[in-house]
Ligand binder design. Sequence first.
Ligand code: SAM
Length: 173
Amino acid sequence: MPEMVRQLAPASLLEVGVGTGLALGDFPYNACIVGIDLSADMLARASERAALLADHRSTLEQMNAERMRFPDASFDWVTVPYVLSVTPRPAELLRETRRVRKRGGTIMVLDHFYGSPAWWLLERAVRSAAAHAGFRSDFRYEEQILAYDWQVEWLEPGNLCGLPRPVVLRNRP
Ligand SMILES: C[S@@+](CC[C@H](N)C(=O)[O-])C[C@H]1O[C@@H](n2cnc3c(N)ncnc32)[C@H](O)[C@@H]1O
């Protein structure tokens, strides 16, 4: 992902579910970066990490991505790394993601998608542990991504287990 973000050089970038801020240092230093997360603990750790990135302009906010407080069309690039399969209402989160993304902007979803034969077998074994951890192991690419009227610009071929798979999406004109 970092290479693609650098090539497109978005002026404004939103990371949904920024967590501990692991990816913040990968984003272009001249972009205006906003990270949101539900968890104050995660944001506190992300804030420590962001403070070490002196050349980056980032803002961190506690916010539910299923009901964002940003105006429509606020960001050139919205990245959603490993959040769709843990949020309670992924369809709401995707609707909001599309709303705050500028026309012609890009959404990148990174997640574990159910589907490959290997993951099908593995999923049976991990299902109850995954549910306990708040993560849906039967998260289907067809239902969560292909169900919407947008253009899949790029989908990384899955590995043997079919995960994780970054997906880059654009609105249809
Ligand atoms: C599996 S972690 C991924 C963290 C980070 N994106 C990464 O790749 O390291 C999922 C993160 O999404 C956050 N999250 C889950 N649902 C959310 C929501 N509805 N709104 C905002 N953040 C959410 C969690 O608090 C957690 O920090």
